[in-house]
Structures are given as C-alpha cells and as structure tokens.
Design a protein around this ligand. Sequence first.
Ligand SMILES: Cc1cc2nc3c(=O)[nH]c(=O)nc-3n(C[C@H](O)[C@H](O)[C@H](O)COP(=O)(O)OP(=O)(O)OC[C@H]3O[C@@H](n4cnc5c(N)ncnc54)[C@H](O)[C@@H]3O)c2cc1C
Length: 431
Amino acid sequence: MEEEKFATIIVGAGPAGSTAAYLLAKEGLDVLLIEKGATPGSKNMFGGRMYSHALHKIIPNFWEEAPVERPVVKETITMMNGSRSVSMDFQEVKWGTPPYHSLTLLRADFDAWLAAKAEEAGAMVACGIRVDDLIRENGRVVGIQAGEDRMLADVVIAADGVNSLIAQKAGLGKKFSPKQVATGIKQVIQLSEETISQRFQLSGNQGAAQLFVGDCTKGMHGGGFLYTNKSSISLGLVVTAGALQHSQYKIIDLMEDFKENPHIAPLIEGGEIVEHSAHLVPEAGLNMMPQLFGDGILVAGDAAGFVLNLGYIVRGVDFAIASGEAAAKAVLAARANNNFSRQGLSTYQQLLKESFVMKELVAYRQAPQFMANPRMFTSYPQLVTGLMGKMFTVDGGPPVRLLGKVFSQIKQSKIGLTQLAVDGLKGARLL
Ligand SMILES: Cc1cc2nc3c(=O)[nH]c(=O)nc-3n(C[C@H](O)[C@H](O)[C@H](O)COP(=O)(O)OP(=O)(O)OC[C@H]3O[C@@H](n4cnc5c(N)ncnc54)[C@H](O)[C@@H]3O)c2cc1C
C-alpha cells in the first residue's frame, strides 16, 4: 500500500474505532481501519461487561447477532478484610430480558464481531499493522505511516486506546502520571454453565457482576472484579499504577493472593485458567483528557481518557462506542463543508457535549479525587466488617446494644465521627 488515499483512516479496532468505521462505511465513505493485533480484540481486555445503551442505539438489538455472554441481573459489592467480608446485593430480574441493561462479553469475540460489522458495511480492515507515525502537510495531519507504508486520508481518528501514540504524535495527548492510570490484571477461568449458575444463584442465561474493595489490593487504591460469562468467570484486579510502583507488591502476586482469598477460592474452585491478560485503565477522567481534535485528526475512546470509574460502576466501552459515533458524525459534517481543519472538525466537541460522554464526565469530574481517599481501601472495609462481626458474634460476653457496637467500632477504626460524616457527604455529592 503506497500513498493510497482514504476518506478516513481509523487507528485501532477496539469499540471506539470499529464503531466509527461502521458508521462511516455505512454512509459510503472509503474507510481504512488499522489494527496492530493479529485480529481485532486479540490485544484487548477489560473487566467484563458492557452497558448496552450506546450500541443498541447504533445497532438495534445487537445482542441477537453479537457474541454476548450473559445479561447481568445481579450486582454485588463486597468489602473484604481478612477472614471477614460484607456484601451488598442488588438484583433486577428485568435486566435479564431485552433490552438488556448490561451484558458480559469476551473481548476477543466481541471486538472481532464489531470490526466484521464495519467490514460488512464496506470498511477495509487491516490487521497485524502497527501505525508508527502521522504524516503532516503544512501542520495538518494528512495520513499515517506504518513501517515503510504511507497512507493518506482527509481525517485520521486516533482510537488506539489508553496511552495513545497517535494523539501524542499529533501533539494533542498529555503525558499522564502513574496516579492517573491503573494496572488491570485478569484471568478467565473456565467452569461449567451449571456450576456458575449454582454458585451465583442464577437461573437460565442470567449473569452476575461483583466488585471487591479492601485487602484484595492490600489497602492500595483499586479493587477486584468478577463477571460471570456463559461458561467462564472473568476475575481480576485493578490497582493504581502509582500505588503499585511504591509498594512491595507485583500485580501478579496480588492476583494469586486474591484467588486464594477464602471469599474468592470457593467461587473459582475446580476452574481452569484459559486466558490471562493485563492492561492499563485511564482513571483520571477529565483531568487526563487530551485535546480532542486538531487539523485532520480526532481522538476517541480510551485514547481520549473516556472512562468512568465510580467505585461501584466501571464504564469505558459505552463511552468508546458513543465517542466513535460522535467522531463519525463529525467527519460527515466536515465532509459536507469540505473543511477538515481543526475548525471544520470542531463539531466533535459539541456532539460529545450533547451526549452522555461529556455530561457524565463533567458531572463526576471529582470522583477520581474522591476515589483516591486511602480510607476507602483500608479503614472503611475494616469498619464495616468489624461492625458486622460485632453484630453477629455471640460469645456469652457482656451485652452491648447496637449503638454501643457502632461507636466502639468507629473508635477502633480511628476514623473519627467528623471524618466519617465528611467522607459520607462527599461521597454522596461526588459519586
Ligand atoms: C482491567 C480493566 C477492566 C475494565 N472493565 C471494564 C468494564 O467492565 N466495562 C467497561 O465498559 N469498560 C471496562 N474497561 C474499560 C474498557 O476496556 C475501555 O474503556 C475500552 O476498551 C476502550 O475502547 P477503545 O476502543 O477506546 O480502546 P481499546 O479497546 O483499547 O482498543 C484500542 C485498539 O487500538 C489498537 N492499537 C493500539 N495502538 C495501535 C497502533 N499504533 N496501530 C494500530 N492499532 C493500535 C489496539 O490493539 C486495540 O485493538 C476496563 C479496562 C480495563 C483495563
């Protein structure tokens, strides 16, 4: 391929890139989607579930054809402290019927399907090619360079994920600090469908999602996750890279400890590890957002830092899909005006502002700072598990009423009532 020209070149066949490619190809544009992995999704991982709304809008009832695993009907948050744990469950059985609220997925299958949809719509999908640089003319991005190959385009969309090389090459990306990203590790553990349904008290195709906080990260900023697939469990940990760097732990050792934890081991007992992966997560929201567009270039998905982690909810895929959609619409608007300059592509910003992407990132902009509060990962799990321990222990000792138990546990946790009230109010306001 030498100096071939496309209407749009998209770098990265994750959810952001494939969505943009699908929508542009559907409009008849000459689109090239370039992926460095041998197949789309082969290099990708995530915790395990996608909220359906964004893709349902683009491909109605996509679950009828996409390789989805289970619709999540059961949400659990677990605080862990040594031999103790406290869990809170929420169940909505309606989420087990269409339109499914969220679905567990395996990225190798799902990303390959979405890229194939783009290909079916007319996009050219080139895998096993790593884009190394951008081609510029008079300061404007006019194409990409991959090894010796040079390809031209009216617009390049950087959908190359967290730590985007393309956004950096375009001078749009900021260097992020280790505090702004987390390291994620995950294993897919195979078990029979019946075993999974029995262990998580699910029926039919129902699925479960569980988040863990406390000593699974040895008190470091982060948490654990578990998602049920049809016949496997996605289990993993996410720990802020900065915290990990300054600790004595390696993420792989934390993962081994996590699997041996008495609250986890019975859930995966007898399972076989069929996949192991690690990946960075952009965690700082708006604070790590690059410039979203420049002359001849747009930045979408994780490359733009579009991930929302509220502690009880982790979302990136629906943000990637919606930003891929906004990028496609911005390209079409620029094309209508034959203006691919920064100004011509600026509709992208407006489209994002009108969508949930910017609305939610702005609304929850202080969530990352709140989540960095070390008490969330140490004192609070100790406080809650300690209090429950006191409530349920019967040992013939002197009777203490509930209020007394609460105060004695708060005293023991060394948090202080004022601090507790401040943290509670802040959490309710910011999350
Ligand atoms: C541990 C972990 C848990 C998560 N859990 C969830 C969850 O449960 N739910 C959720 O919604 N989100 C979750 N996320 C976030 C979610 O995975 C991302 O937000 C989402 O994948 C972003 O999609 P994307 O298309 O922007 O980028 P990616 O999915 O990262 O895709 C980028 C693509 O670009 C390719 N690429 C990169 N560089 C180049 C190059 N130079 N040339 C060619 N190709 C290139 C990559 O191979 C990749 O295919 C999690 C993330 C992690 C790491």
